[in-house]
Design a protein around this ligand. Structure first.
Ligand SMILES: CC(C)(COP(=O)(O)OP(=O)(O)OC[C@H]1O[C@@H](n2cnc3c(N)ncnc32)[C@H](O)[C@@H]1OP(=O)(O)O)[C@@H](O)C(=O)NCCC(=O)NCCS
Length: 116
């Protein structure tokens, strides 16, 4: 969550199951958008997941949501498929995306190589 002056101005959420973090939602209050809060929240969530040993993050984004798509692209999410009529409220398609967190994890681990 992002807080300012005692008010919650943004949040990011994910389901973490085994080696996958599925990002369920990221939202920033209208008056606070465009200040880097959405990006910072997403990065913090990815780092949290990577620290738990999660290997990849997935998320769906509406075909029409170009702002969110730009955010996810800038963070290295890659388009992997189309989920037709994914959203129940208006039947809109979703772009399915994935980001591998492998390198975050390598950065955190103390590597001993070769093993033994
Ligand atoms: C998507 C959302 C969370 C972005 O939050 P934000 O705090 O405004 O985003 P940031 O200021 O961190 O910007 C991150 C990136 O988003 C993109 N972006 C943000 N505002 C943008 C705008 N008005 N036009 C185009 N791209 C924009 C840019 O790529 C930006 O990166 P850059 O500044 O390095 O170019 C926010 O717009 C929101 O809450 N939207 C409604 C809910 C939603 O659509 N959530 C996503 C569901 S999948």
């Amino acid at each position: 969550m992002a807080e300012e002056a005692g008010e919650i101005i943004g949040f990011a959420g994910a389901w973490i199951v085994l080696d996958e973090a599925h990002i369920t939602n990221i939202a920033v209050l209208k008056d606070h958008r465009g200040r880097g809060i959405g990006k910072a929240l997403t990065q913090a969530l990815l780092q949290y997941a990577a620290n738990l040993g999660v290997v990849y993050a997935t998320l769906e984004v509406r075909r029409s949501n170009e702002i969110a798509q730009k955010l996810y692209k800038s963070l290295g999410f890659e388009y992997v498929g189309l989920r037709k009529k994914y959203y129940e409220n208006n039947g809109e398609d979703a772009f399915q995306t994935v980001k591998h967190l492998h390198f975050h994890i390598l950065g955190k681990r103390k590597m001993t190589w070769p093993p033994g």
